[in-house]
Design a protein around this ligand. Structure first.
Ligand code: BTN
Length: 253
């Protein structure tokens, strides 16, 4: 692996990566990985907190500097990483991992991984892209309010995995998929692999968006990573991941 930086404890690996990118010269840290054993201020999607259990899980951020990616395509990289985490877990455990759109990785109906991508733009181009990944690997228990929707690789397989090996595998899968993504600058060549694992496909979903809730049936994703949702009238619309939360009708997926 290229540059890998490790800390026992950090506020958030996303913030840490951003600070290091600012201090660095040119593309020096392109592809660098920032990994911590614990985060004291982990960030989740939609302004949520990502809690941390020291020494059990993976908290990491992959930094891309001045990547050859157009601004409008950058958010698809979150889905590229989601697919990569699913593949890595499958390779290491032999169990098929599901994806809950846009990028939660799910085992037995519960979340084991969340991904948050942040970007800084300069002259209409991504200057840095930071892909933050949190994977519940060896965690043995969850606090009461998370028990229904969160789990870990250990709880689902009974196996303690090497976090180092999983980080390596996720990174390897990401570089493979990133190369494929760059060929078209979108998800067209990865869509099939992604949709194979998409748990929402042909399922009813509740879409919570700016205070309103709509119900429809998820049909798949577009080349740009939007979720295709068919409403009760049979009309299909594209849902962009930005400020949206998607849930199953009766459960988390
Ligand atoms: C989600 O809400 O599903 C996204 C969670 C992303 C968590 C990871 S852990 C490593 C990186 N650093 C952070 O502060 N957040 C991301």
């Amino acid at each position: 692996m290229k540059n890998v930086f490790w800390k026992a404890s950090v506020d958030s690996t996303l913030t840490w990566a951003k600070e290091e990118a600012k201090k660095s010269a040119g593309k020096e840290l392109d592809g660098a990985l920032f990994v911590a054993d614990e985060q004291t201020a982990g960030k989740g999607r939609l302004g949520r907190v990502w809690t941390s259990v020291p020494g059990k899980n993976i908290y990491m951020t992959l930094l891309l500097m001045q990547p050859e990616v157009r601004v409008e395509n950058a958010s698809s990289l979150t889905l590229v990483m989601g697919l990569s985490v699913a593949e890595a877990i499958e390779e290491m455990t032999g169990i098929t991992a599901g994806i809950k759109w846009p990028n939660d990785i799910v085992l037995s109906g519960k979340k084991i991984c969340g991904i948050l991508t942040e970007m800084q733009i300069k002259k209409q181009k991504p200057e840095i892209i930071m892909i933050g990944v949190g994977i519940n690997v060896n965690q043995k228990e969850f606090q009461e309010e998370l028990k229904d929707k969160a789990t870990s690789v250990f709880l689902e397989t009974g196996r303690v995995l090497s976090r180092e090996k999983l980080v390596e595998k996720v990174t390897e899968c990401f570089w493979k998929n990133y190369e494929i993504f760059l060929k078209t600058q979108d998800l067209s060549l990865l869509k099939e692999d992604y949709e194979k694992r998409l748990l929402n496909k042909n399922q009813q979903v509740r879409i919570l968006e700016k205070g309103t809730e709509t119900i429809g049936t998820a049909r798949g994703i577009t080349h740009m990573g939007e979720l295709l949702v068919e409403d009760l009238q049979g009309e299909v619309r594209k849902v962009f991941s930005g400020e949206v939360s998607v849930r199953g009708l009766y459960s988390y997926v």
